[in-house]
Design a protein around this ligand. Sequence first.
Ligand code: TPP
Ligand code: MG
Length: 441
Amino acid sequence: MAVLLPMIASSRSAAISDRITRPEQIIPALRRAMQVLTDPAECGPVTLSLCRDVQAEAYDYPESFFAEKVWVPRRVMPDAEEFAAAAAALRMAKKPVIIAGGGVLYSQATESLRTFAEAHGIPVMETQAGKSSLPHDHRLNMGSVGVTGSSASNALAVDADVVLAVGTRLQDFTTGSRALFQNPDLKIIGLNVQPFDAHKHNGMPLVADAQVGLDALHAALPGWIVEDEWSEKAETGKEEWLIAADKATATTNAELPSDAQSSAPYSAPVKTLRWSAPPVACRAELHKLWKAGKPGSYHLEYGFSTMGYEIAGGLGVKLARPQDDVIVMVGDGSYMMLNSEIASSIMLGAKLTIVLLDNAGYGCINRLQMATGGANFNNLLKDTHHVTLPGIDFAAHAAAMGAVSRKVSSDRRAGNRAAGNRKRRANHGDRDRYRRADYHR
Ligand SMILES: Cc1ncc(C[n+]2csc(CCOP(=O)(O)OP(=O)(O)O)c2C)c(N)n1
Ligand SMILES: [Mg+2]
């Protein structure tokens, strides 16, 4: 009897799923798998199921099967009619905005975005996946948009008459479940390699690669620039937002810091370094307040919001960008779900700085529960059914896997230690993580 062993699994139904019952079947199957995985619109997922007895079979594979192949991203050109309609809509726009989604980063279109936005004076707002498309301090970057959006972005989005949505799925967090945009004459241009997303929200589709599409729109709109009134609204909104953000992250005399305050010491130096933060904990705060510098300096899994992704995700970032310092922010709950990649990071010599925010339970879900009128139940450890509350020593736990670990009592000290340890890493390759003082107990 054949036992099936999936090679690449995914929680989404696979774009291709193949069952390998003969060794030679892997030749076309792997090629097809790579084609789907590198397709800018499909991006996988792929499942190849190998029968266990087939795995033990010898086979004389042709050498051509092992030849190196270089992937060149496909840059889909826009259709002439879709393009003409999009350019005409923009030319008529009085209150345009751009929403930058993850597609801007995947397409490496950040320079094209900057050129386009600057030339035409269009304010830009970012989704979770699109965060860092523009540096946080760029004058046209209004910050996060939607449910976890800044006041600057959301005030513009309410009035916008044309939304150029670039490489975004326009999901419910971005659009406030269709409640955010309120202009009755609103037009959404969906610049996307994926036709399904390009058509969303009754959008005018512009199926194309983000970089190609932005460059072509720029060339088609010479001299067109938004009116002063709209630019001024953007400028004032951003100033007000920065004041509010500074206030939210400033230290106070409160006994325990908020999530917003916790993230501040790590995100401050981002201008010079490329740091990455893949947390589930405090994701709303980070979407709003993390000061992303260079493109790709912020990474958060929000497709499925999967707890346990953080340390494994951070390790992936580090393997892809070995020259960068990677800071992982993780909650105690998420840490409990998946921490074993600490051992992998040590085996691989891939240094991570892991900041563990310990509030003894599922703090953000507890807050949601309270905000909808509930009573504390089953989220914080103290509210669970228990005989004894576990006093988990996370620092000792990580140390047991080989990490250099510290429990620190304040965010400022944690930030200082992270800075100090960057130097040490250069010399000794240390790994560090911190347990911040509890702030809910
Ligand atoms: C695998 C998985 N299970 C459940 C959830 C729902 N969920 C989102 S955040 C959260 C609690 C996170 O707790 P913790 O990591 O300690 O962060 P905190 O909110 O306390 O800062 C839960 C249960 C999820 N996102 N993923
Ligand atoms: Mg927690």
